[in-house]
Design a protein around this ligand. Structure first.
Ligand SMILES: Nc1ncnc2c1ncn2[C@@H]1O[C@H](COP(=O)(O)OP(=O)(O)OP(=O)(O)O)[C@@H](O)[C@H]1O
Ligand SMILES: [Mg+2]
Length: 241
């Protein structure tokens, strides 16, 4: 039987991934500073709740909740109202509190069960990993966290602050193999401009699009355009010609 898929909540993306993510998968959203990671994750949670009636949880290791609510208002997303109606839970762990996240695991699991939460967003896994001092320990702790998250039974999307090397994102802490899916958000420099784009790099169990496609911020959030070219010339960024 075909596995149940859940919509990404991003207009244009579901058609590139056989209709959505397989329920219960852990997905990594990689991008550099300002690539749109927080917006993407918020949209995943907001549209999941509003369009599909699936409750969500947003765990922020970055922006304080109030600031997130304020920043996302411009897309017409009333996150405070969602929270009031128990359609979404927003948790914030400022840098000095990140280590408390795992010790709250039981409370978080209870919240997930009580609210029938289907989607979880974590912004960013990089901030989580960096509380550990060595690269070895970071890998170990990220793997441990992912093991725990899998048991929650939710579809989980985590963002990762990534940098480019030789035109490819470097994914830290071994997360490229630990996660079921990898989505890249690009903010590519082309002469004096920057062009935004998205790529589905890997998605287990899914015959996904292989193209890098344009991404734009609209009044309703992020939209991707699978039938358009990233550059007017039609040249695809990754091709080394
Ligand atoms: N309405 C808009 N139109 C175009 N670009 C926008 C709009 N709103 C935000 N942006 C761009 O998106 C960026 C913020 O998006 P977001 O916070 O989702 O990115 P991020 O990858 O989480 O960034 P950070 O690295 O700061 O966490 C802004 O810095 C700006 O470049
Ligand atoms: Mg962010």
């Amino acid at each position: 039987m075909a596995k149940k898929r859940i919509s990404s909540g991003i207009d244009g993306l579901d058609g590139m991934i056989e209709g959505g993510f397989i329920e219960g998968q852990i997905l990594l959203l990689a991008g550099n500073a300002g690539a749109g990671k927080t917006t993407f994750l918020t949209q995943f949670i907001h549209n999941g709740a509003v369009r599909y009636g699936e409750s969500g949880m947003f765990v922020s290791f970055e922006e304080p909740k109030e600031l997130l609510f304020e920043n996302m208002q411009r897309y017409g997303w009333d996150l405070a109202a969602l929270e009031k109606k128990n359609k979404a839970v927003f948790l914030e762990y400022p840098t000095q509190d990140v280590e408390h996240f795992l010790s709250h695991e039981n409370i978080i699991r209870d919240t997930i069960e009580e609210n029938n939460i289907k989607r979880v967003a974590i912004d960013t896994i990089t901030s989580y990993a960096l509380i550990y001092e060595t690269e070895y320990k970071r890998r170990q702790e990220v793997a441990r966290l992912l093991n725990k998250l899998r048991k929650w039974g939710c579809t989980i999307m985590m963002s990762s602050e990534s940098y480019m090397s030789d035109r490819e994102y470097k994914i830290r802490f071994g997360m490229d193999s630990l996660c079921d899916g990898l989505i890249y958000l690009y903010n590519i420099r082309e002469a004096e401009n920057r062009v935004r784009a998205l790529e589905v790099m890997k998605l287990r169990g899914t015959n996904h699009a292989q193209r890098i496609v344009p991404l734009r911020f609209t009044e309703k959030g992020i939209v991707v355009y699978p039938n358009e070219h990233v550059f007017e010339s039609g040249r695809i960024y990754k091709r080394k010609d």
